[in-house]
Ligand binder design. Structure first.
Ligand code: SF4
Ligand code: SF4
Length: 276
């Protein structure tokens, strides 16, 4: 059973249990900040990874090791090499900062949160540690500090603290090739379209992230189909909250009812005790 089927099944099961239908998750129409990654310009120097580690106080990446990697609690972004038709293509991976994030819609307490500026951030003071965000994310991004006594969910937050101060994310300035362009999502889509239009033989005619999972803040250009570059093929174009909303509202209602249920149970048990 895949993630989407799991969420749908959970929604149907819990929706049936409490007898309600979910409401639509609020659709964000604001103009978010985003990033355009032109993989045709990336040389795989991994300066962006190094800068990310410095900004986020993470261990420095081992630049000598070019094995394919996933993001982790120690690496919020990774650049992987793909060999296709004798060509080396490098792809930076991190949180996609989805327009309507599955992680945030699955989070019962709004610890995972889509800011009005665009970054999707984790708020530790609200987190229950349930890890629904990890199950829900179609890009397998949030990671959990299993070995910590005070575990956190860790992922790229699009340098939200820097954005608030008017600075760009750490990775952008570090890129010597301008393979990363920071801007509003609308501007970036225009730039990407223009590049494809002016160089129709250089790029596949697809901006990954424009529609995937309902649209993402991070957008990609490439010279080969994205499925060859490790991008998930089964993400679809439906915003994930469409799948998670019933699950969310059902579970939220259970959370609301839970204290009353416990009080009722306590009273019933007390009566039984008194009757003994
Ligand atoms: S990529 Fe995953 S963690 Fe990032 S915003 Fe989208 S759903 Fe959330
Ligand atoms: S810094 Fe730029 S060129 Fe270097 S790996 Fe990152 S995206 Fe590619």
């Amino acid at each position: 059973m895949n993630r989407r089927e799991f969420l749908k099944t959970g929604a149907i099961g819990l929706g049936g249990l409490v007898g309600i239908k979910g409401k639509a998750y609020p659709c964000e129409t604001k103009e978010f900040y985003g990033m355009l990654v032109d993989t045709t310009l990336c040389i795989g120097c991994r300066s962006c990874e190094k800068a990310c580690s410095e900004v986020n106080h993470l261990p420095a990446p081992n630049l000598g090791d070019d094995k394919p990697r996933q993001t982790s609690i120690d690496a919020f972004t990774v650049v992987n090499k793909f060999k296709i038709d004798n060509q080396e293509i490098f792809v930076k991976k991190q949180c996609m900062h989805c327009n309507q994030p599955a992680c945030a819609s699955a989070c019962l307490v709004k610890a995972m949160f889509k800011t009005k500026e665009g970054p999707v951030i984790w708020r530790g003071n609200k987190c229950l540690g349930c890890r629904y965000c990890m199950i829900a994310c179609p890009f397998d991004i949030p990671k959990f500090e299993y070995n910590s006594l005070n575990p956190k969910i860790r992922k790229c937050e699009f340098c939200f603290e820097r954005l608030k101060k008017g600075e760009k994310p750490g990775c952008v300035d570090a890129c010597p090739m301008e393979a990363l362009i920071f801007g509003t999502r609308r501007e970036l889509i225009e730039i990407a379209k223009e590049r494809i239009y002016k160089n129709p033989d250089k790029y596949v005619h697809h901006i990954y992230g424009e529609r995937e999972a309902g649209g993402c803040g991070w957008l990609y250009l490439a010279s080969v189909p994205f499925e060859k570059l490790g991008f998930p093929e089964n993400v679809g174009e439906t915003p994930y909250p469409e799948y998670t909303k019933e699950f969310l509202y059902s579970v939220a209602l259970i959370f609301l009812l839970w204290p009353s249920f416990l009080i009722g149970l306590h009273k019933a048990l007390k009566k039984e005790d008194e009757g003994d």
